[in-house]
Ligand binder design. Structure first.
Ligand code: SF4
Ligand code: SF4
Length: 346
């Protein structure tokens, strides 16, 4: 099978359904309003020393923190059922055992292929998508890729702005993990159907944040998470590694690093002091070597999760970038819709 430019162009156009166009437009609008600057492609915007080495799986999921206790949802009854059910599809992407389903590479137009794959990612359920060049420094220690990737498609999934109760936040986390698994699996299968290798991943295999930064999805903030212009830190990240020759995005700056120098809202919001005050540093509490950023204390954070019996997202929801934009956009969209509906009755 050979896919020509005309077929790609047609598919790109057909994929422009409402939920795809809406996310694309919102992103354009926010990035223009925030005066997002594009930085040099393939270059990490914060300092990485030559002695950087691959890390073990990080932050919360790592077994090395399990001596602090095992994370178990402690609530009984209806909330427990809601949260447990939200994780139903998590891990479904691991059923993909073969990474390639066609024998020949069949697409020649890299720019159009990239545009189609980005729309396919939004079609299958992602809220943001960017392409990073592959860099094996960000793989976890001991993880080997089953093929030689050229790039990483990084997908972000919005956690709902309206969640206020801790139980619903816990269910929202599970819901997004299930959705991520479904989306990366569909996207990887689509790409492998075009004749390229594609490996779907959620948290396993590699760090997600460095790839998210290189893919132009956002900047790293004081709380150690990726902060996007569109949804702040209210995102979960997943990835598809591929040898498809895609056009990579540029890392971006919207002034977050400078803002975090003065702002400590997330550090104030953390109930266990896991987020540092003061400037960034090289000192890591998780054994990471050679990265200049704000390093959180994952042991404190995880211990708190164990204590309360569910995940916590206080820092995520406290960040000013996590709040305003999508909310304002929805309010404005609602106003426009109401004006339109009233005009129908005139
Ligand atoms: S998730 Fe909760 S405990 Fe962990 S750093 Fe954020 S606010 Fe602190
Ligand atoms: S709350 Fe403030 S310091 Fe923390 S990541 Fe957001 S902008 Fe930066």
């Amino acid at each position: 099978m050979y896919v020509n430019a005309e077929q790609l162009r047609r598919l790109w156009k057909d994929l422009g359904i409402l939920r795809v166009i809406e996310r694309e437009e919102f992103s354009r609008l926010v990035r223009t309003a925030l005066k997002v600057r594009k930085l040099k492609a393939g270059v990490m915007p914060y300092k990485i020393r030559d002695d950087y080495r691959r890390v073990m799986p990080t932050r919360i999921s790592s077994k090395r923190y399990h001596r602090e206790g095992k994370l178990e949802f402690k609530r009984e009854g209806i909330e427990r059922s809601l949260v447990n059910a939200s994780w139903t599809l998590h891990g479904v992407h691991r059923i993909m055992k073969s990474f390639r389903s066609a024998n020949e590479v069949i697409v020649k137009d890299e720019k159009l292929l990239t545009a189609v794959i980005k729309r396919a990612a939004l079609f299958y359920g992602a809220d943001l998508v960017g392409i990073a060049p592959f860099d094996d420094r960000w793989l976890y220690e001991g993880f080997e890729m089953p093929f030689k990737p050229k790039c990483v498609i990084v997908l972000a999934f919005e956690m709902d702005l309206g969640v206020s109760s801790d139980d619903i936040i816990a269910a929202e986390v599970g819901y997004n993990y299930s959705k991520m698994s479904f989306t990366v699996l569909c996207l990887a299968k689509f790409i492998s159907g075009l004749g390229f290798n594609a490996l779907p991943q959620c948290n396993e295999g590699s760090l997600s944040i460095p790839f998210g930064i290189l893919a132009g999805l956002g900047e790293i903030g004081r709380m150690g998470l990726l902060v996007t212009p569109e949804y702040g830190a209210r995102v979960r990240l997943a990835k598809v590694f591929t040898d498809a020759p895609l056009v990579v995005d540029n890392p971006i700056s919207f002034g977050l690093w400078e803002k975090c120098m003065d702002c400590c809202i997330c550090a104030d919001a953390c109930p266990v002091g896991a987020i540092p005050y003061g400037p960034p540093s090289w000192e890591s509490k998780a054994g990471q070597v050679g990265v200049y950023k704000w390093h959180i204390d994952p042991k404190r954070c995880y211990s708190y999760w164990v204590k309360i019996g569910r995940s916590c997202a206080k820092c995520v929801y406290a960040c000013p970038y996590s709040k305003a934009l999508w909310d304002l956009y929805r309010i404005e969209a609602k106003r426009r819709a109401l004006r339109y509906i009233s005009s129908l009755g005139e």
